[in-house]
Design a protein around this ligand. Structure first.
Ligand code: ADP
Ligand code: MG
Length: 665
């Protein structure tokens, strides 16, 4: 990194740059324009009244003032009458016979100018970058700094992309790309610059992924052997037949378990596609091979639900299962720790309590995490480190198309489930333009009268769990008042103690509670088959994938389910999104839409942290480049040890990985 002081600018200016996260010359030249203004001779067309012309001033300038506002007018070349507002300070330059460039809108022979340059068009035409800047910096001075930085770094800006691939994809070099992106002469310059920069970003990303993958394949796992007959008859004993996609995923997972390679697999499936049973079957294979398995869930509610599910699946087997969560008493915990250590327990379900220091496993062979985007990378690593050669399966309910998944999760193998269990009926979804329950009260009452239960999801309040809880309590109170003597209303929010949450959830499951008012703590995984109506307040504040997740809590059986997205937002995009949700029930489609709006970080969670970020590239729009970069990265990583020219490149990647070692297991 080169010292920003080489720019020789004032401390005050340096402070402003710092506010923009610019602390070195490299940071400066990597701060790209966010758009470009194009100046070239332009005449109005039928569709567009935009005009940019050069002209010679022929009449004297007239100015009218009203307070601090001004209107200035003059004519050019006998043809146009020009008017411009609030630019009276330009008057001193506007002498007769001066050649100027006028930018504005034109109607017949009258121009309303938005800008006037006291220069012939030949001197200013071209493409002008516009940067996002903090107050106190002008576009012009910022450009000067960038130019100075580029000159100071001249000859020292290396292309990260190897020469071979620069030639192959007909790219320009990095240094030219940077000059072009900051000082383009034409649109073509920008195009060429972006082509290099996007490819570079993706190549870095893919090299990182592939390096991680390669390092992992060097580790030797355990080839697990088990009684296939027993395994098959267990699958037949399940309460239902597995769907086609469940069968395929089970096959893929089992063959990972059997292979001497360590499993590092990502199982993605739409909400409700039935990932839990797949994980149970996989845990059984691992058990038959003689190993302990752990299933980790992000919330206590989900953990205890999984525990119940496993108990019922394995009731006719010898499998011993334990639930380990934070709300157990110390004595209970001690007992379970001991059983885990002795090998008395075969499957352990729990929250992050699973990888506390005190937990020592007897023979841990397999770790599954559910709803992975809720887990910190550190937590996953800690659990994995409990065993030396542990197979690892991550399950997520924000599915993306397979090709994109392979690129985004390049370091893992991906299994995808698209088909839904038989008999599912899509949730009837309605966007209701309202901020209160009123328009749907009738539906709600009818539904409750028929014996159903309902979720009411409360507004998200600016990342504050305390405020979320407050708004949930208020709504719960109002509903309690309203339904006094008829239906029970329960309240669930993140501020409550774990065992309290668990109790409320159980009451809901046992139908002691009819209406569950909740924050998004129910988002992940919970499964109450009798609850088939959901009302979501302020739906516009949720991401689309999150709405889909929430909606996935209902309609999990054979009954018709209903979901109401309430919103009083007048934003066109917000309404469009909610209307889209009315029509689409496909998590893959919805996540793609969401990705376009919010980007991968928001939608797919923090998995990308510690990896290169994308400044110019867009995984969605630039998908073809992402794919090419992936293939190139695979080739480079495979052969780099024998190729001197890749050595530098690969050691940069490896250094980076060591620095933020999240991804190196
Ligand atoms: P998710 O993928 O969202 O975690 P779950 O594993 O919770 O989904 O399963 C959703 C529901 O579908 C559960 O109630 C489960 O019992 C049911 N289910 C799963 N697989 C099948 C199947 N093959 N046939 C019928 N029902 C199934
Ligand atoms: Mg689930």
């Amino acid at each position: 990194m080169s010292d920003i002081r080489l720019l020789k600018i004032t401390e005050k200016r340096l402070d402003i740059l710092k506010l923009m996260n610019i602390e070195s010359l490299e940071d400066l030249i990597n701060h790209y324009p966010y758009r470009y203004d194009v100046i070239e001779e332009t005449y109005p067309t039928q569709e567009d009244d935009k005009i940019i012309i050069e002209g010679t001033l022929i009449s004297p300038v007239k100015i009218f003032f009203r307070g601090r506002m001004s209107r200035m007018s003059f004519s050019v070349e006998d043809v146009y009458q020009v008017t411009i507002f609030n630019r009276h300070f330009l008057r001193q330059y506007l002498k007769q016979m001066t050649i100027i460039t006028i930018i504005g809108k034109c109607q017949k022979d009258k121009i309303t100018a938005s800008d006037i340059k006291i220069k012939p068009i030949s001197e200013i035409q071209g493409v002008h970058p516009v940067y996002s800047l903090k107050e106190g910096l002008t576009q012009k001075s910022f450009q000067q700094y960038v130019k100075k930085a580029l000159n100071l770094l001249k000859g020292n800006i290396e292309s990260f992309v190897p020469e071979e691939y620069i030639i192959k994809h007909q790219l320009i070099h990095k240094e030219s790309a940077l000059w072009n992106i900051h000082f383009p002469q034409s649109q073509e310059d920008i195009k060429q610059a972006l082509k290099y920069l996007k490819y570079e970003e993706f190549l870095k990303f893919q090299l990182t992924m592939q390096t991680i993958k390669q390092q992992r394949t060097l580790e030797v796992g355990i080839a697990k052997r088990f009684d296939v007959q027993k395994f098959q008859s267990f699958i037949l004993s399940l309460p239902y037949q597995l769907t086609q996609d469940q069968q395929t995923s089970v096959k893929e997972i089992v063959s990972d378990l059997q292979s001497p390679r360590m499993m590092y697999r990502f199982l993605q499936g739409d909400v409700g596609s039935g990932k839990t049973v797949v994980s149970s079957v996989a845990l059984y294979a691992n058990y038959l091979a003689g190993y302990q398995g752990a299933l980790m869930a992000p919330t206590e509610i989900l953990a205890s639900q999984h525990y119940q599910t496993l108990l019922s699946f394995f009731k006719d087997t010898d499998v011993k299962i334990a639930l380990l969560t934070g709300s157990l008493t110390n004595k209970e915990k001690e007992r379970i720790y001991e059983q885990i250590q002795n090998g008395d327990i075969d499957m352990i379900v729990g929250t992050h309590a699973l990888f506390q220091k005190k937990v020592e496993y007897h023979r841990l062979g397999f770790v599954i995490t559910d709803e992975q985007h809720r887990f910190g990378v550190e937590q996953r690593k800690a659990l994995k480190n409990k065993g030396s050669q542990v197979d690892f399966l991550i399950m997520s309910a924000t599915p993306i198309p397979r090709t994109l998944a392979i690129s985004m999760y390049g370091d893992m193998d991906v299994s995808t489930m698209k088909t839904m269990p038989k008999g599912r009926i899509p949730v009837v979804t309605k966007y209701i333009k309202s901020s209160s329950m009123k328009p749907i009260l009738k539906d709600l009452k009818e539904y409750l009268a028929s014996g159903g239960q309902c979720y009411v999801i409360c507004p998200l309040v600016e990342d504050s769990e305390v405020l979320d809880a407050k708004s949930a309590s208020q709504i719960a109170e109002a509903m309690q008042q309203y339904f006094r003597g008829t239906y029970q209303v329960g309240l669930l929010h993140g501020q409550m103690k774990d065992d309290e949450k668990d109790r409320i959830m159980q009451d809901f499951q046992k139908q002691k509670i009819h209406i569950l008012v909740s924050t998004t703590v129910v988002e992940v995984g919970v499964d109450v088959k009798n609850a088939n109506m959901m009302v979501i307040y302020n739906a516009e504040r949720f991401g689309m994938s999150q709405l889909h997740q929430l909606r996935g809590r209902v309609g999990r059986g054979h009954q018709q389910a209903y979901c109401f997205f309430m919103s009083s937002s007048t934003s066109k995009e917000a309404i469009e999104r909610l209307k889209y949700m009315e029509k689409s029930h496909d998590g893959f489609e919805i996540s793609m839409y969401d990705l376009q709006i919010r980007g991968p970080g928001e939608v797919l969670g923090n998995r990308q942290s510690g990896l290169p970020t994308f400044l110019v590239a867009d995984v969605f729009k630039d998908f073809p480049i992402l794919n090419v970069a992936r293939e190139d990265a695979m080739r480079i990583v495979e052969g780099y040890e024998k190729r001197n020219e890749y050595y530098h490149l690969m050691s940069t990647i490896q250094e980076k990985l060591k620095e933020n070692n999240e991804y190196v297991d």
